[in-house]
Design a protein around this ligand. Sequence first.
Ligand SMILES: NC(=O)c1ccc[n+]([C@@H]2O[C@H](COP(=O)([O-])OP(=O)(O)OC[C@H]3O[C@@H](n4cnc5c(N)ncnc54)[C@H](O)[C@@H]3O)[C@@H](O)[C@H]2O)c1
Length: 317
Amino acid sequence: MARLYESRKRILVTGGAGFLGSHLTDRLIGQGHEVICADNLFTGSKRNVEHLHNHPRFEFLRHDVCNPLKLEVDEIYNLACPASPVHYQYNPVLTTKTSVMGAMNMLGLAKRLRCRIFQASTSEVYGDPEVHPQREDYWGHVNPIGTRACYDEGKRCAETLFFDYHRQHGVEIKVARIFNTYGPRMHPKDGRVVSNFITQALNGEDLTIYGDGTQTRSFCYRDDLVEGFLRLMDSPPEVTGPVNLGNPGEFTMIELAEQVLKLTGSRSKVIHLPLPQDDPKQRRPDISLAKAKLGWEPKVPLAEGLKLTIEYFRTLA
Ligand SMILES: NC(=O)c1ccc[n+]([C@@H]2O[C@H](COP(=O)([O-])OP(=O)(O)OC[C@H]3O[C@@H](n4cnc5c(N)ncnc54)[C@H](O)[C@@H]3O)[C@@H](O)[C@H]2O)c1
């Protein structure tokens, strides 16, 4: 017990009331740490952290990362940012502001406190990739003026800030490029393919596939991903990232729809709608770097993760 106390850290998780942030918080609390969750509840929900209400090592702070924050912490995980197209395109100017000013404010805090800071970056920095699978040394193919740019370019600029704070001020940084992740506590209306398909299947509605459904995505279960976050944060200082974290298993939208229909037992049909602008045709991480530097790779098969996610969505009905 004494050892646990000695190694206890005070950790700030921005976006801690969101899908990934709340799971990260659960893991950190489970490890005996103190967690301060700073969130403006734009897409997150108190419901995601309500089981921690009154927990002696948990604190919720309603805060917008576009504003500076003064706290004393040992580590920072910066996750605050709407993550799905419906949410980040709702107010694109605010999305860029959150990514860029949020990164700047949190990096300023890390610089003052001389503490490690983790950035939840994204595979969207690769845009609609011309190389496949994507490795961290690929610079990407992003439309800087398209409707996804507020997110893609916002996250790219945040990465730039992380590396400049590292080079200029010696801040210890950990940048993860996260690929599609799913699991319980996903926002049911985030418009992402997994939540769309499950909600549609459970409601007996048609499953909507954009385009012909041969475009592929890789899907990582949230527990695997959060394990990657923890390993990256605890890695030696020279491991700054960017490191791809995602599941390299690749599925077409048609295959995903079939799995969801099978696991829900739904009799819904599949319909096709036009592809949205700049929708990537293929996306799959090369995770050799994460394997080599963090000894990390995903373990949860899609069918198992989908089953758990479907169970969660049933509780929302
Ligand atoms: N889920 C994925 O597949 C995925 C993929 C790539 C990157 N990411 C990144 O991971 C992070 C978490 O994503 P998520 O899927 O949990 O999304 P989410 O929307 O569930 O979580 C984001 C959280 O940030 C909060 N937030 C948004 N703007 C804020 C602001 N200005 N100030 C304070 N809080 C703010 C939201 O209320 C929410 O709780 C995001 O930065 C996202 O870009 C996620």
